[in-house]
Design a protein around this ligand. Structure first.
Ligand code: PLP
Length: 377
């Protein structure tokens, strides 16, 4: 917050050019890429979908859209809005996208008409992770030339995502999740194959056009007025991530997420994600017990304790609630949120063993405390 509240600088001056160079290099480290280029627009995650689509595809193209929740459906809607034919691979809410199913669909495309595979690394509406490395292997096994376009909005800088190693062509995000910033930017990593596709892509574009961004970035500026204050913040959040170390950031998220899931299970509720290997480490979607409406519960939690939980979206509206646990988060904050969940569920009329969730989370956090149990003496 302090980094963002300093006086603004000339966004065409030398100080800005240096700042831009630093954040582009820092973002490459977070995407784990040395061959990819970074595109930074003012915008949001939705803008990042649009930037990705219009820069790599043409009206009339066909893509394979993997839909396992609300946000993946909207990524596909973005493509449809630009006249792209989306072949939807529908997966039940609560499941990740099966690489085998992707491979089958790609093998069936003998004419090689599918130009891209659209997939989310982490489906924020269900708390489910898809194994992107496996999806890449599916493309390779099918020997299919489609681009791999991956939404990492709720995974980047919180869960391990390897742009180069997994040979992703475009990865896209916003600043407001793992990067710990206010909303207001669309951030993409694009590899040489995507840059090549960009040259022949015919979707109409002006604001989102990558070419002028690259051209002007090379001179340390943008073709439009950038979100300078957010870029100040980005420099600081990248420094915070580097200071903690990406590996430690990932394990902190894994540990807090497991504590959250143990708490949920200890009070007798179920998580929506079906397989433990697909549990998200950035949020937990919790099934509301039979007979209770989760939207009414959320309103109650907000009204009584000011506790902001995420609602069920799309097919699971009214059936689940979501506990977010990503970004700048520690044990105390998580435990506070879990206590709030227990208290508000109880006052809403759901019968749970009050305190059992906290006890399960505390026990796990103590067992896995860095440095070991009892080392504080
Ligand atoms: N993709 C995912 C996975 C998301 O979770 C979200 C929003 O939460 C979006 C895209 C859309 O991003 P925005 O709301 O910043 O436009």
């Amino acid at each position: 917050m302090r980094a963002m509240s300093q006086s603004l600088i000339d966004h065409r001056g030398p100080q800005f050019a240096q700042l831009l160079g630093e954040v582009l290099a820092g973002l490459k480290r977070v995407f784990q890429t040395s061959t990819g280029e970074i595109i930074l627009h003012p915008g949001s995650g939705t803008g990042a979908w649009e930037s990705c689509v219009v820069n790599t595809l043409s009206p009339g193209d066909r893509v394979l859209g993997c839909v396992n929740g609300h946000f993946s459906a909207r990524f596909c809607d973005t493509a449809s809005a630009h006249g792209i034919e989306v072949q939807r691979l529908e997966v039940p809410y609560g499941s990740g996208v099966s690489a085998d199913l992707v491979e089958t669909q790609l093998r069936a495309d003998t004419q090689r008409q599918i130009k891209a595979v659209l997939v989310l690394h982490n489906e924020t509406s269900t708390g489910v992770v898809t194994d992107i490395a496996a999806i890449r292997r599916a493309l390779d096994r099918a020997d299919h030339p489609a681009l791999l376009l991956v939404d990492v909005v709720s995974s980047l800088a919180s869960m391990d995502f390897r742009f180069d190693e997994w040979d992703v062509d475009v990865a896209l995000t916003g600043p407001q999740k793992g990067l710990m910033l206010p909303p207001g930017m669309a951030i993409l990593a694009v590899n040489p194959k995507a840059l090549k596709a960009n040259q022949s892509a015919r979707c109409a574009r002006y604001f989102w056009d990558w070419a002028p961004v690259f051209e002007r970035n090379a001179r340390g500026e943008f073709p439009y007025t950038p979100a300078t204050a957010l870029i100040f913040g980005l420099k600081e959040s990248l420094a915070m991530l580097a200071e903690e170390g990406l590996e430690n950031v990932f394990s902190r998220h894994a540990r807090l997420a497991e504590a959250c899931r143990r708490a949920v299970k200890a009070i007798g509720l179920n998580v929506l994600a079906r397989k433990s290997a697909e549990y998200s480490n950035t949020l937990t979607a919790v099934c509301m017990p039979e007979g209770f409406d989760s939207d009414a519960y959320l309103a109650h939690a907000q009204r009584t304790l000011g506790l902001p939980l995420g609602p069920g979206l799309g097919d699971v509206k009214g059936k689940i609630f979501r506990i977010g646990h990503l970004g700048s988060l520690n044990e105390m904050e998580l435990l506070g949120a879990l206590a709030g969940v227990e208290m508000t569920l109880t006052s809403f009329g759901v019968s749970i063993p009050l305190g059992a969730g906290l006890a399960a989370a505390e026990t796990y956090l103590l067992q896995t405390a860095p440095g070991g149990l009892g080392q504080g003496r």
